[in-house]
Design a protein around this ligand. Structure first.
Ligand SMILES: Nc1ncnc2c1ncn2[C@@H]1O[C@H](COP(=O)(O)OP(=O)(O)O)[C@@H](O)[C@H]1O
Ligand SMILES: [Mg+2]
Length: 200
């Protein structure tokens, strides 16, 4: 039988809670593995467009929920990089979901990729309030959140950027952020086209 009305709301709520728990458990497992140097990458040649398109598809529903437009800007370079696709998507997904969470309703989040001299640079841009001054030095640390109260509305654990930073490092890349001219933040990371990986 079809689940409707209040019952449907409760099922949806239960599902969201289950998803939250799942991502919390996964984050904690990753942190544990990273801390013990036991996270190894499954490296393969991956098309950059697969990564960019993949994160936009994966975050489509999330963007809709926050009433944010999620767009790819410019032409994604047709080049492959040696990386663990699942792990790079995890980095992108966290940057994109952060950008969405911290954007005002009706706003726009942009993903783009460009070739650099030795690699590929990914950028995720939002027009939100920017990174609070007090967090800027330690934003890639563990459990760092502007709002870490139990009742924070955006959810999350403050582990996402710590994990992203570690995964980019494992790939031999760099990660950082800067202010977007006119307001907001641009998170970026760059992965090398060659010299693929330092195995965990
Ligand atoms: N694009 C952004 N704009 C503003 N603040 C951000 C952005 N991305 C991250 N932050 C801040 O950095 C904190 C850490 O991010 P993250 O490690 O992904 O944790 P989480 O998403 O679980 O809160 C966030 O809680 C938020 O305070
Ligand atoms: Mg996050």
């Amino acid at each position: 039988p079809k689940i409707e009305g209040r019952a449907a709301e409760l099922v949806a709520m239960a599902m969201r809670n289950a998803e939250r728990l799942e991502s919390l458990v996964n984050d904690l497992l990753d942190v544990e593995k990273l801390g013990g140097g036991r996270l190894s990458l499954a490296v393969d040649d991956v098309e950059v467009s697969e990564l960019v398109d993949g994160t936009v598809e994966a975050n489509h529903g999330f963007a809709k929920r926050f009433e944010v437009a999620l767009e790819i800007e410019g032409e994604t370079p047709s080049v492959a990089i040696p990386c663990d696709a699942g792990r790079v998507l995890q980095v992108l997904d966290n940057l994109v979901s952060n950008a969405i969470k911290y954007s005002p309703k009706g706003d726009r989040v942009v993903v783009r990729a460009a070739e650099t001299e030795g690699g590929v640079r990914f950028e995720v841009e939002d027009r939100g309030d920017g990174i609070p001054e007090a967090l800027r030095e330690r934003i890639f640390g563990r459990f760092i959140q502007a709002d870490s109260s139990d009742r924070r509305e955006k959810g999350g654990t403050g582990l996402g950027l710590y994990i992203a930073n570690s995964l980019v490092e494992l790939h031999g890349g760099d990660i950082g952020f800067g202010d977007r001219p006119g307001g907001g933040t641009i998170f970026w990371f760059e992965l090398p086209k060659k010299v693929p990986y330092r195995k965990a």
